[in-house]
Design a protein around this ligand. Structure first.
Ligand code: K2U
Ligand code: NI
Length: 185
């Protein structure tokens, strides 16, 4: 099982690399890694298991965070309406994105960043994503709000981008451009 010991931290150059596309069909090892990534997220959100294995809660994970520079991500979250989102994706690609931005009022964190970095992280409010599932089947997702933020955070990891790269250096809490009123996130 994946634990925090497997997650590399800020300063490791792998986090700043552009990850390689996975040649499809994926190998059994790549499929197992993707399944293990999803299981980590589930475990990290289970109070007893998180306590037992000292896991930091996560709603997304990208393979480069495991020192595997491949384009693979997992998502496991419930949005504010209680809708569940669970994905294991190979080669995810944002194929369209809204001009409208959103951001989390509390800012973002990262399992690979062991420090608080305060500030608003502008994200596209809506995205369309193309990817492949563990069986190699094409997947098309239309996401908005919280799941859209999580997928953008993870795809950033595949491109060597960390969340604080996107915080306004001069005014971290400046409301990002193109944000609609009542950003309820
Ligand atoms: O990639 C990661 O390090 C996992 C992040 C992903 C993430 C952070 C902020 C906003 C969206 C996604 C972790 O989930 S950070 C911990 C966390 C846990 C619950 C809710 C938000 C952030
Ligand atoms: Ni992260």
């Amino acid at each position: 099982m994946i634990t925090m010991d497997n997650i590399i931290r800020e300063g490791n150059p792998i986090l700043r690399q552009v990850a390689e596309k996975v040649a499809l069909p994926a190998t059994e090892e790549e499929k197992n890694t993707l399944r293990d990534m999803l299981e980590f997220l589930k475990n990290s959100q289970d109070e007893a298991l998180a306590k037992k294995y000292h896991l930091r809660a996560g709603i997304g994970l990208a393979a480069p965070q495991l020192a595997i520079s491949k384009r693979m991500i997992a998502i496991y979250l419930d949005d504010s309406d209680g809708k569940h989102y669970e994905y294991m994706l190979f080669n995810p690609e944002i194929v369209s994105e809204s001009v409208e931005n959103i951001y989390l009022e509390g800012g973002e964190g990262c399992l690979s960043v062991d420090r608080e970095v305060p500030g608003f992280v502008p994200r596209h409010a809506r995205i369309k994503v193309k990817a492949f599932d563990p069986d190699g089947k094409p997947v098309k997702l239309r996401l908005k709000g919280y799941p859209a933020i999580a997928v953008q955070h993870e795809i950033d990891h595949l491109n060597g981008i960390l969340f604080f790269d996107r915080i306004n250096k001069d005014d971290p809490f400046k409301i990002p451009d193109h944000v609609a009123e009542h950003n309820e996130l």
